[in-house]
Design a protein around this ligand. Structure first.
Ligand code: GLN
Length: 444
């Protein structure tokens, strides 16, 4: 049924880069056979999922939406995908994204645009726009995305689905094509909070193959979904409700908070003063790490290789095929790391990152969660921000600080503005996904 749905809709939506119909049917048959033989099946047995195209699956084209990886078929599978498969899930295909996850609208894909299922003239958000659109359009029961500065939460908000960025280290990054390694996390995009908890239980947990994966036990997150919020202390940092936030978006978020208060939660305004520095700090740290991570695409080991008379020209002609946003970031990141500039830019950004983390720690001494809009705006029209990278970056102000501090945060639909979905962001203490999901469940 999902493959039929893809057939019917994806020409318009454009959520997928690759549909793995044969693989999906083979995996579904495997699950069926297990049942028939009376063998135990996993909690996601037969559930069809979509995978962002920066997650490696052995033998399946994996491009991160870049020409540089056209034709690349990884020799191994990402741990998060492996674990979904072990839980019984069936892989429908690989979803569209901004090239190397750099962007907020999926318009930076080298291959196609993805349309927002709520309004085909608008973007689905990004960079996990294909995953969010697939779930919103019923072209997948659930999806995986990656989030470096908002790439799960912002498209979830734009497409009216649930998106969770776990605590840094909660989910193994083994097999995730790296953008900015100290910020990247894999997480679920789902129709509701229960599905997010289910997927998290399958993919989370320590993995010796990722040195940054945390040896923290995985609880049953479904147990946290009680609907109970009495006594939960909610902080509303005023920096996230400023002028940049559309009034109707802020209104929908505040109305949802009032409903939580009616159920016994306690909400207070507070302040995260360092938040205003998150945007420049993020775009220095992320580009610095990206310039290093992307050095490996030299035409020798992966994907695309240009024809040229000698090695230096081969490198050059190959790397010309990065898209404009990726080139911009490699240049910016290389500049920030240069001797003589390192202290002024990169080191400074790391210091700001520490201040942001300290600010959050201070707030979490008082509050159980912080609530903000996920994005200051709803889904914008296709093409509206492509000419102005800074306007595109500005769409990330609510989500970036969370990655810099490594915290868990979910975007949950909380209403509409001008007929388009509004996402509400709930930020929690490190490894407190249970609290974040509990409050999200009470809102949906
Ligand atoms: N939009 C942000 C960027 O362009 C975040 C992307 C992401 O989380 N991968 O860097």
């Amino acid at each position: 049924a999902f493959l039929d749905r893809i057939q019917e809709l994806d020409g318009t939506v454009g959520a997928y880069l690759t549909v793995t119909a044969e693989l999906a049917l083979a995996q579904a048959r495997e699950e069926d056979d297990k049942r028939r033989r009376g063998e135990p099946v996993g909690p996601l047995s037969g559930i069809p999922v979509a995978i962002k195209d920066n997650l490696c699956i052995q033998g399946v084209p994996t491009t991160a939406a870049s020409k540089l990886l056209a034709g690349y078929r990884p020799p191994y599978t990402a741990t998060a995908v492996e674990r979904l498969r072990k839980a019984g899930a069936v892989v429908l295909g690989k979803t569209n994204m901004d090239e190397f996850a750099m962007g907020s609208s999926t318009e930076n894909s080298a291959f196609r645009i993805t349309r927002n299922p709520w309004d085909p003239q608008r973007v689905p958000g990004g960079s996990s726009g294909g995953s969010a659109a697939a779930v919103a359009a019923g072209e997948a029961a659930a999806a995986l995305g990656s989030d470096t500065g908002g790439s799960i939460r912002q498209p979830a908000a734009f497409c009216g689905v649930v998106g969770l960025k776990p605590t840094y280290g909660r989910v193994s990054r083994y097999g995730l094509i790296a953008f900015a390694s100290s910020l990247d996390q894999i997480g679920p995009l789902t129709r509701d909070v229960t599905d997010a908890a289910l997927l998290m239980e399958a993919i989370a947990g320590h993995d010796p193959a990722d040195a940054t994966s945390a040896p923290v036990p995985v609880p049953s997150w479904r147990d946290a979904l009680t609907g109970e919020v009495a006594g939960v202390r909610i902080g509303l940092p005023r920096e996230f409700y400023g002028e940049a936030v559309e009034p109707e978006v802020a209104g929908a978020v505040r109305a949802a908070v009032e409903r939580l208060v009616a159920d016994g939660a306690v909400a207070d305004e507070t302040s995260l003063p360092s938040a205003e520095h998150a945007l420049p700090a993020y775009y220095l740290i992320a580009t610095a790490e990206a310039s290093s991570n992307l050095a490996r695409y030299d035409g020798v080991r992966y994907g695309y290789r240009a024809d040229a008379g000698n090695l230096a020209d081969m490198y050059l002609e190959t790397r010309k095929n990065f898209g404009p946003e990726v080139k911009r970031r490699i240049l910016l990141g290389t500049f920030a790391l240069r001797e003589g500039y390192y202290d002024a830019y990169y080191r400074k950004a790391l210091q700001v990152r520490r201040l942001i983390k300290d600010d959050f720690d201070r707030l979490f001494a008082t509050f159980d969660v912080l609530i903000t809009p996920t994005s200051p705006v709803v889904a914008f029209p296709l093409g509206a921000r492509t000419a102005d990278p800074l306007a595109m970056y500005a769409a990330d102000i609510c989500t970036l600080p969370v990655n810099l501090a490594g915290l868990p945060a979910v975007s949950v639909p909380c209403g509409f503005a001008g007929g388009l979905p509004v996402g509400l962001q709930i930020i929690g203490r490190p490894f407190a996904e249970d609290m974040v999901l509990r409050v999200a469940y009470a809102i949906e």
